[in-house]
Ligand binder design. Structure first.
Ligand code: ATP
Length: 298
């Protein structure tokens, strides 16, 4: 288990992480969310031992994170961290050897991963000659080549096309199945909804929501009603219990205070024309994020 206990990080007088507590059980995919500047990368750097917390402690399976634990951790940083002049092969051999791997094991792992990512042809190409998305794939391989117990992924899907997003998601799922604990940050709520059971939303260095995704949604209270019809639905926004609304190309999505308000909406659309869809939906993670953090996110 990864335990973050009352962690604070100050840069001069500025507090980037402010009394963070997290428990991430092993074998889970955990999502760390937050607006730009919320403190996610700073938290990751502390988990990795690259930054020392000003206060508090971080432990992996009861042990303080230090240089000795670095081999059990893998890290995909938000910024590119590869050597542009090295070939993919040289790069991965160098990084694998730093992790204590034998050359033959590195070669075997490299071949497996490149094949799986449809990137065998890049083995002897210089990193700088690869596209941004392909560099991201190589950087992912560099983070997992030594089969870490704990994998930290900072914005792993940024810059990837939809096909590569799927490849990476599948790889993440498989690593989880093999027992890897994965913590990742993303600004894309749909990725977090799809991959994570547990998550934490950070705001100005603090945790504002934390727990199981289903429980978070349930306890949010508000729900969405999605309506599609062949007549103008904008009048529904004035119905009792509607908190917010958003017009879509062929209908409207209304956020309601409680699910009982859906009844009023149902009555309000009757005998007005042809209704294609009327559905009461759970709030999306995006709805929750916007309410808790108070900003529109992508
Ligand atoms: P993003 O989504 O934009 O990547 P983030 O949640 O990862 O944001 P951090 O990079 O952790 O945010 O930054 C948190 C805050 O700490 C920011 O206000 C940032 O400017 C500040 N900060 C981070 N590193 C340093 C540093 N070395 N010195 C001073 N301030 C820093």
């Amino acid at each position: 288990m990864l335990t973050i206990n009352e962690v604070r990080k100050k840069f001069g007088v500025f507090t980037a992480v402010d009394g963070l507590n997290l428990e991430i059980p092993s074998g889970e995919i955990f999502g760390l969310l937050g607006a730009n500047g919320a403190g996610k990368t700073t938290t990751f750097r502390m988990i990795l031992g690259l930054l020392t917390p000003t206060e508090g402690s971080i432990t992996w399976n009861g042990k303080e994170i230090s240089y000795e634990t670095s081999d059990v951790v893998g890290y995909l940083p938000e910024e590119r961290g590869l050597y542009p002049k090295l070939t993919v092969r040289e790069q991965l051999i160098y990084l694998g050897q730093l992790r204590g791997m034998s050359r033959s094991l590195i070669q075997e792992q490299t071949e497996n991963w490149l094949k799986r990512f449809g990137a065998d042809e890049y083995l002897n190409k210089k990193v700088e000659s690869l596209s941004k998305g392909n560099q991201q794939k190589i950087q992912f391989i560099a983070a997992v080549i030594h089969r870490p117990e704990l994998l930290i992924l900072d914005e792993p899907f940024s810059g990837l096309d939809p096909v590569n997003v799927e490849l990476l998601k599948n790889a993440v799922h498989e690593l989880k199945k093999e027992g890897t604990t994965i913590v990742f940050s993303s600004h894309r709520m749909e990725h977090v909804e799809e991959l994570c059971e547990h998550l934490c939303i950070m705001h100005k260095g603090r945790s504002v929501v934390q727990g199981n995704l289903k429980d978070i949604k349930r306890s949010f209270g508000k729900k969405n009603v999605s309506v599609k019809a062949d007549f103008d639905l904008s009048y529904l926004k004035d119905t009792n219990g509607v908190v917010k609304h958003r017009l879509t190309a062929d209908g409207i999505i209304l956020q309601v205070e409680r699910e009982e308000a859906a009844n009023e909406l149902f009555l309000a659309i009757q005998s007005k024309g042809f209704v294609r869809k009327f559905e009461l939906e759970e709030p999306s993670l995006n709805d929750i994020f916007i309410e808790k953090v108070g900003v529109v996110h992508e």
